[in-house]
Design a protein around this ligand. Structure first.
Ligand SMILES: Cc1cc2nc3c(=O)[nH]c(=O)nc-3n(C[C@H](O)[C@H](O)[C@H](O)COP(=O)(O)O)c2cc1C
Length: 432
């Protein structure tokens, strides 16, 4: 199969897995530990169905969506993919080019090979900067300043990565290029390189291990890719918490999105500290394999909090089809992001592959009409029905994007946990 024959993200995933060595592909797939977390995200969509409704008025097939005052061609963007340029040379540029061609926002990870200066030149007006809190706050502040100087309007502060993910594959093999390449594994690595010539040639053309350029200045311009990576590892996984979110809010004059929330109390806290939006996300299952699926968390949050009590809700986790995006939208997400879907496309065929992934993620024309309808009127368009005992709600009531859940689920008072206590009343109910 070639890119042009692919009709789904599953096709692109298969092409990507054929084109890239296992030691590149498998960790992406697993996220952390066994990969249960990312599978849970996908499975959560399989438990929902849509019940299309006839619209009150004629509906035009228009997916364009305005977010933070800017109109994009579809209600989703490409999420942050750290180290993408290490998986395939030029990946950051390929993803940014696809976002430009499709007129979607591109969330640039703080851990990219290409730096923000070159990506914003390539995709002016479309880049959102993703930011972890570095241990050294001067580095965080410099990233913020560079984003501002490059004309970026939206900062996405990811708060859910206190420790580095550990896919079982990496733990088992010890292969995490360009860092440990255990001697005992070299024959296997060589075999993977030989059997994936497109990847090997692409790497050979670059002639060196791709370096995280946005970070090189903090280590020294002559630092090796390995040195830079070690430095990033020592800085980026901070788990700095709410105090840092507040500090970043004060430092950043533009729109602030807090990414990686799964619980109503945290969403309320983000609202209180002045976030303009939050992304309901479990990091694609990459941080905690037993984490609640993003979609289940979205249901619980929307069910328990009135719109006035929360900032704008964005969503990511498990979107592999247009209908998944439609379900997330019908569940209350104002805007969605795709991670692996775009990455599979890029690994399968560079920016053309990423563009193909975007077109597969766009809903087909029938769903498009439904989405337009649901956005225009709560009395028409999509209705979502939930099977008998979903993990988020012991309710079999069919729900609409907005009011339905509020009727189905009694509103709970949100309680902030004491310092270090992560559960809120919504999470407790979710766990039964
Ligand atoms: C390989 C990989 C790298 C990622 N790197 C980052 C990152 O640097 N920053 C971040 O906030 N999220 C990162 N994420 C999470 C994504 O932005 C997004 O939340 C997640 O992929 C959505 O789930 P999906 O892959 O099922 O679409 C990464 C995800 C993957 C798969």
């Amino acid at each position: 199969m070639r890119i042009r024959d692919a009709v789904s993200i599953a096709d692109l995933r298969m092409l990507a897995s054929r084109r890239t060595p296992k030691f590149v592909f498998q960790p992406v797939e697993e996220g952390t530990e066994s990969g249960r977390g990312q599978r849970a995200n996908v499975d959560a969509f399989a438990r929902r169905v849509l019940v299309p409704r006839v619209a009150e008025e004629p509906v035009t097939a228009d997916l364009s969506t305005t977010v933070f005052g800017r109109r994009y061609a579809a209600p989703f963007g490409i999420s942050a993919i750290g180290y993408a340029g290490k998986m395939w040379p030029g990946a950051d540029r390929a993803l940014a080019e696809a976002a430009v061609a499709a007129d979607l926002p591109f969330m640039l990870s703080m851990g990219t090979v290409a730096d923000i200066e070159s990506i914003t030149r390539l995709a002016p007006g479309r880049v959102w900067q993703q930011l972890y809190a570095a241990r050294d706050t001067r580095i965080t502040d410099e990233f913020i300043g560079r984003a501002r100087d490059c004309g970026v309007d939206v900062l996405v502060h990811t708060v859910d990565m206190p420790v580095s993910p550990a896919p079982d594959y990496v733990s088992r093999t010890g292969i995490r290029p360009p860092l440990p390449l255990p001697l005992a594994r070299l024959p296997g690595i060589a075999w993977e390189c030989l059997t994936h010539p497109a990847w090997t040639m692409a790497m050979a053309r670059v002639g060196r291990v791709p370096r995280l350029e946005g970070w090189a200045r903090y280590v020294g311009q002559r630092a090796s890719a390995r040195d830079v990576l070690k430095f990033v590892g020592s800085q980026m996984i901070s788990g700095a918490g709410w105090r840092e979110v507040e500090r970043i809010r004060r430092a950043w004059p533009g729109k602030l999105v807090v990414k990686g929330l799964l619980c109503g109390a945290d969403v309320a806290r983000a609202h209180a500290v002045g976030a303009d939006a939050v992304t309901v996300s479990n990091h694609g299952g990459n941080k905690l394999d037993a984490a609640i699926a993003s979609l289940d968390a979205l249901d619980a949050i929307v069910g328990a909090m009135a719109e006035a009590e929360r900032p704008l809700l964005f969503f990511d986790g498990g979107i592999r089809r247009g209908s998944d995006a439609a379900i997330a939208h019908a569940s209350g997400a104002a805007f969605n992001f795709v991670g692996r879907a775009a990455l599979y496309g890029m690994l399968a065929g560079g920016s053309a592959g990423a563009l193909k992934a975007i077109s597969c993620s766009r809903v087909n024309s029938r769903d498009r009409c439904s989405i337009s309808a649901s956005r225009r009127s709560t009395r028409s368009g999509l209705r979502m029905s939930v099977p008998p005992t979903p993990p988020t709600a012991r309710s079999s009531v069919g729900t609409s994007a907005r009011g339905g859940y509020k009727k189905a689920l009694p509103r709970r008072k949100l309680s902030f946990g004491a310092e270090g206590q992560s559960e809120c009343s919504i999470c407790r109910r979710t766990r039964g």
